[in-house]
Design a protein around this ligand. Structure first.
Ligand code: C2E
Ligand code: CA
Ligand code: CA
Length: 397
C-alpha cells in the first residue's frame, strides 16, 4: 500500500530533495511551504508520516505540534531543524508530552542517505498501534480466538483447549497477542479484552458441548483481572447462563509477572475457586512465584514453561528443572501440564516424568473453532495409546 508523506518545509531546495527521495522510496508526497497556526486541514489527507520543519513562515513548529495533538494525530512525526540539537530535542519532548508519535529528529544539513534511513525507520513506526486502535478493534469485532488442544499423556485422549487471541487488523494483518497484550494492560483495556475472550470462549465451549465434544477451556488472564472484585461473579454468571458442566473453565495466570499475595488478589483467587473455576500457573519456572505462594494460593495446575520443555532432550539442566517441577506439582497435589511439546522424544521424556497433560505443536497447532470438531474426531478415532500420538497432530487450517 502506498504511504503518504506530508512535507512541511519552507526551504525550496530541501523540500525538493525530500520530495525526490521519498518518491523514489515509493511515498506519495504532499508539500507545504508555509502555514497558519490552524493547520489542521493538513491532516485531512491522513498522512502516514510527517516531516515538520521547526521554523516555517506563518507558525512555529511547537504551535503546529500543539494543533496536531489537539486533533489526536497518531502518525509518526519527524522534526527537522538547523537550530541547535538541544532546541530540537526540547521540541521533540514537547511533542511526546502532548502524546504525539515523535519518531525522530533530523538536524540540518542532512544528505540523501541520512534522509532515507530516517524515513525508513520512521515508517516502521507507522506500524505502531495504540490503545485507541485496540479499543476500536474490539468494538468492530476484529479480535478472534484460536484454540490449542491439550491431550492426556497417559491415554492420549483430548482433554481441553487453550484459547489464544488474535487481532485481525485491517491494515497490518493478523497480529499475535504479544503485539498488543502489554498495551491492553497498561491502558486499562485488559478488562474489556478478557471479558470478550471469556464470553467468546465459553459460548464456543457450549457449542462444542452440544455437539458432544467434551473439552475444558483455558483462558489466559492478566494480574489486573485478578484485582477486579467483579471478575469471579462475571465468570460464574456466564458459566450459569450457558449451563456449562463444571469444572470446565481454567484461568491461566502467568508467572512471568509476579503473582502477588495482596489481599484483593488472594480474595479474587479464592472466590474463583469457590465457584469451581480452576486456576493454573502459566509459564511455570520463569517467574516470581515462591514455593510458599504456590502452597498458599488455590491453584490446581502448573503449566511448565516452553523454554524448559523444548530443551529436555538435549539439555541436562532443562531436564532436571522440568522433572523437579513435575514432582513439586504432584507433591502439592496439582495437575502438571507441559507446553511447547514439539517432538516425539520430548513427549516420551514427559511421559516418563509422569507429566499429566501435553500441549504443543507435536500435539496440535492452534486452530480456528471450526477445525476443532475434525481434530476431535480424528483423535477420538485413534486407539487410546500414546504410541499413536502422531495421528491427528496437525490441524492446520
Ligand atoms: P502462552 O499462554 O504461554 O501461550 C502459548 C504460546 O506459545 C502461544 O503463542 C502458542 O501459539 C505458542 N505455542 C504453542 N505450542 C507451541 C510449540 O510447540 N512451540 C512453540 N515454539 N510455540 C508454541 P501466542 O498465541 O502468540 O501467545 C503468546 C502469549 O500471549 C500467550 O503465551 C499468553 O501469555 C498471551 N495471550 C494469548 N492470548 C491471550 C489472551 O486472551 N489474554 C491474555 N491476557 N493473554 C493472552
Ligand atoms: Ca497460557
Ligand atoms: Ca505459557
Amino acid at each position: 500500500m502506498t504511504k503518504r508523506l506530508l512535507i512541511i518545509e519552507d526551504d525550496e531546495f530541501l523540500q525538493e530533495l525530500i520530495d525526490r527521495v521519498a518518491k523514489e522510496m515509493g511515498f506519495e508526497t504532499q508539500s507545504i511551504r508555509s502555514l497558519s497556526p490552524d493547520c489542521v486541514g493538513l491532516l485531512e489527507s491522513d498522512p502516514d508520516l510527517v516531516l515538520l520543519d521547526l521554523k516555517i513562515p506563518g507558525a512555529d513548529g511547537v504551535e503546529v505540534l500543539r494543533a496536531f495533538a489537539e486533533h489526536q494525530f497518531h502518525s509518526p512525526i519527524v522534526l527537522m531543524s538547523g537550530v541547535d540539537t538541544r532546541t530540537l530535542k526540547a521540541a521533540r519532548r514537547i511533542g511526546c508530552e502532548h502524546g504525539l508519535n515523535m519518531a525522530d529528529t533530523l538536524t540540518k544539513p542532512f544528505g540523501r542517505r541520512k534522509l532515507q534511513a530516517t524515513l525508513h525507520s520512521a515508517l516502521s513506526m507507522s506500524n505502531m498501534i495504540g490503545p485507541d486502535d485496540l479499543e476500536r478493534g474490539i468494538d468492530r469485532g476484529e479480535l478472534r480466538l484460536v484454540y490449542q488442544p491439550k491431550r492426556c499423556s497417559k491415554t492420549n485422549r483430548p482433554v481441553g483447549v487453550e484459547s489464544l487471541v488474535r487481532w485481525h487488523h485491517p491494515r497490518l494483518g493478523v497480529l499475535a497477542p504479544l503485539r498488543f497484550i502489554g498495551m491492553a494492560e497498561e491502558s486499562g483495556l485488559m478488562y474489556r479484552l478478557t471479558d470478550w475472550v471469556l464470553e467468546t470462549a465459553l459460548r464456543q465451549l457450549k457449542e462444542w458441548e452440544l455437539a458432544g465434544i467434551q473439552l475444558t477451556m483455558a483462558i489466559n488472564v492478566s494480574s489486573t483481572n485478578l484485582r477486579n472484585p467483579g471478575f469471579p461473579d462475571r465468570c460464574s454468571e456466564l458459566v450459569t447462563e450457558l449451563e456449562l458442566q463444571d469444572p470446565r473453565l481454567i484461568l491461566e495466570v502467568t508467572e512471568r509477572r509476579a503473582i502477588t499475595l495482596d489481599l484483593l488478589t488472594t480474595e479474587v483467587l479464592a472466590r474463583l475457586r469457590l465457584r469451581n473455576i480452576e486456576l493454573s500457573v502459566d509459564d511455570c519456572g520463569t517467574g516470581f512465584s515462591s514455593l510458599r505462594l504456590l502452597k498458599r494460593l488455590p491453584f490446581s495446575e502448573l503449566k511448565i514453561d516452553r523454554s524448559f520443555v523444548k530443551d529436555i532432550v538435549r539439555d541436562r539442566d532443562a531436564w532436571l528443572i522440568t522433572r523437579a517441577i513435575v514432582e513439586l506439582g504432584h507433591a502439592l497435589g496439582l495437575r502438571v501440564v507441559a507446553e511447547g511439546v514439539e517432538d516425539d522424544d520430548t513427549e516420551s521424556v514427559l511421559r516418563e516424568f509422569g507429566c499429566d497433560q501435553l500441549q504443543g505443536y507435536s500435539i496440535a497447532l492452534p486452530m480456528g473453532a471450526d477445525c476443532v470438531p475434525a481434530w476431535w474426531a480424528s483423535v477420538c478415532d485413534t486407539p487410546a495409546s500414546p504410541s499413536n500420538s502422531g495421528s491427528g497432530r496437525v490441524a492446520n487450517c
